[in-house]
Design a protein around this ligand. Structure first.
Ligand SMILES: [Zn+2]
Length: 141
């Protein structure tokens, strides 16, 4: 089996530094998201907070530009190592899932990998697996 890329920090002091840096980055992204949302609302809503039905071409262009930036930031955060994609915790050692292009903590990775093998056995026995996303779980093997 090909070894997965993982980053494990054993020193508690370094873990604390890592966790604090992740928290700072996430707060920075959240603040940027709040600022962008406020700017988007300023364009797209009237003084009573209702959505405006018609925007000028320049307002539409600015609206789209801001939404694109917000979307790009969201994607950067989702792909970052700041938190586990599975459990959303920020204080874990992480493993990179290259097929999904996302970081998962070691516990979630192991849980998803175990689930895949358990489902594989059930499948071999001919059991009904219901709404099982085999592709997703297989990426952890
Ligand atoms: Zn996790």
């Amino acid at each position: 089996m090909k070894k997965k890329k993982s980053i494990v920090i054993k020193d508690p002091k370094l873990q604390r530094i890592r966790n604090n840096l992740r928290e700072i980055l996430i707060k920075m992204f959240q603040n940027k998201d709040i600022k962008l949302t406020s700017e988007i609302d300023a364009i797209s809503r009237d003084s009573e907070g209702q959505l405006r039905m018609h925007l000028t071409p320049s307002e539409s262009a600015e609206f789209k530009r801001l939404k694109d930036i917000r979307s790009q930031i969201s994607e950067i955060v989702d792909k970052s190592i700041c938190y586990c994609t599975g459990c959303k915790q920020i204080n874990k050692d992480m493993a990179y899932n290259a097929k999904l292009k996302r970081w998962y903590c070691l516990e979630c990775s192991e849980e998803f990998r175990d689930h895949y093998y358990q489902q594989k056995i059930r499948k071999q026995k001919g059991e009904f697996l219901g709404d099982y996303h085999e592709f997703f779980f297989k990426t952890f093997t």
